[in-house]
Design a protein around this ligand. Structure first.
Ligand code: PMP
Length: 414
């Protein structure tokens, strides 16, 4: 019989924060995105593949900070380089430090579409400058999008505070649906500056989708046919599915690509990379500048992360761990007898409940994830998870067993 976790401190901190911070915590970290009352709201610390909340509960963490943690929390080798830079040189200046050139060259060496690179801080910065570059390079206005691209005006899902004119030139198509894309292009193709698409499909609360054979190639062809810039949003896939991104793995090269999340194992940095011919508008026609963009700590962290990923062949190991976990969980889900699905394996595992006409899935989902969090396995009910290098085989086996137990417990609910 599972027991509700002691979350007293999390709850009281949350109540306190509601009076001084709107919504207490930001967006996707709010309790309604988990199971309210069952998940912690504040973490105190993390190490490797585990995190500890403010009440002292320790979890095997499969959310990995929503993606940045590719190796593990508090990687000493990375943190030590950052601390050295902080102590010996400093990191926030009026001019740029030399490390930026090294980092740009490294991305160019690794990523097929990268002939040039520009550095920003967040994924939203990167996707937003990508569409500005596409518009400037083509002298066109409209954008076609597919996937989550961040919180900025042009793409934010919640439209409060955003004038319609900012998003009325943005058209959306569904992942893996080339016909829908072709229809939009037939109607607006002459004025489509860019097509931005996540190379892996991961709509919120829905199962993760791999590209169908020919999908990414088809998007490339359509972009070429209409003279539009093809942008891969690799904020999640970059430095996770392959050192050269999903574009390397699937063999389709976009004109521009955005990277973020895993590139510095948690330090805040993102990048726009792409073909010289397109990127060159950033040298004159397009403005990109911010006080903190050139800060070097995250550039140091990024180079060190990449060095470790390459040196220790980390991504291959993460993939192996993911395969081990996926095989176990796939079996568990199949045997559960529930209309549930495992997707996203091996790297972005997700357990979803298929929609049924009676809406049973709306009860099963929170019940299942309640049982799981009570067993100290931190997975998100509405968002796929991630595997990191520091997850041990024991962690993965334990989590798979707890997933099996949580399915068993569902009988109690329905
Ligand atoms: N693109 C994708 C594919 C993402 O997953 C995200 C973040 N979840 C973003 C863009 C925005 O990145 P950020 O949250 O760092 O602004």
């Amino acid at each position: 019989m599972s027991q509700k976790l002691n979350l007293n401190l999390s709850d009281s901190m949350y109540q306190n924060a509601l009076n001084i911070i709107p919504g207490a915590v930001a967006g996707i970290r709010r309790p309604y995105n988990f199971v309210p009352g069952e998940y912690p709201i504040y973490f105190e610390h993390g190490k490797g593949g585990r995190v500890t909340d403010v009440d002292g509960n320790e979890y095997i963490d499969f959310l990995c900070a929503y993606g940045p943690i590719i190796i593990g929390y508090r990687e000493e080798e990375i943190d030590n380089e950052v601390i050295e830079q902080m102590r010996n040189k400093g990191f926030c200046f009026s001019l740029t430090q030399p490390i930026q050139n090294r980092l740009a060259q490294k991305l160019i060496d690794l990523i097929p579409s990268a002939e040039m690179a520009a550095f920003v801080k967040t994924g939203s910065d990167a996707t937003s400058i990508a569409i500005r570059v596409a518009r400037a390079a083509t002298d066109r206005v409209k954008i076609v999008r597919c996937g989550y691209h961040g919180w900025h005006d042009w793409c934010v899902e919640v439209k409060g505070g955003v004038p319609q004119k900012v998003w009325e030139d943005i058209h959306e198509f569904h992942y893996n649906d080339l016909d829908e894309l072709e229809d939009i292009m037939k109607e607006h193709g002459d004025n489509i500056a860019g097509i931005i698409v996540t190379p892996v499909g991961h709509p919120l609360a829905e199962k993760v989708q791999e590209p169908k054979p020919g999908f990414l190639e088809g998007v490339r062809k359509i972009a070429d046919k209409y003279g539009s810039i093809l942008i891969f949003d690799e904020i999640r896939s970059g430095f996770r599915v392959d050192m050269g991104g999903a574009q390397k793995l699937y063999g389709v090269t976009p004109d521009l690509a955005t990277f973020g999340k895993a590139m510095a194992n948690g330090y805040p940095i993102a990048a726009l990379v792409g073909k010289k011919e397109v990127m060159k508008v950033l040298a004159d026609k397009v403005f990109l500048s911010s006080t903190f963009f050139p800060n070097s700590l995250e550039q140091i962290a990024c180079l060190k992360t990449i060095e470790i990923l390459e040196r220790d062949n980390i991504l291959a190991t993460v993939r192996k761990k993911g395969e081990f976990f996926s095989n176990l969980v796939e079996e568990v889900v199949k045997k559960s007898g529930y209309d549930a699905e495992f997707s996203g394996g091996p790297l972005m595992p997700f357990i979803t409940f298929n929609k049924d006409k009676d809406g049973l899935y709306k009860k099963l989902r929170p019940a299942f994830y309640t049982e799981l969090i009570r067993r100290k396995v931190f997975l998100q009910p509405y968002h796929h998870g991630y595997i990191c290098y520091r997850h041990t085989d024991e962690d993965l086996k334990y989590a798979a067993n707890m997933i099996a137990e949580s399915f068993e417990e569902l009988k109690k609910y329905c």
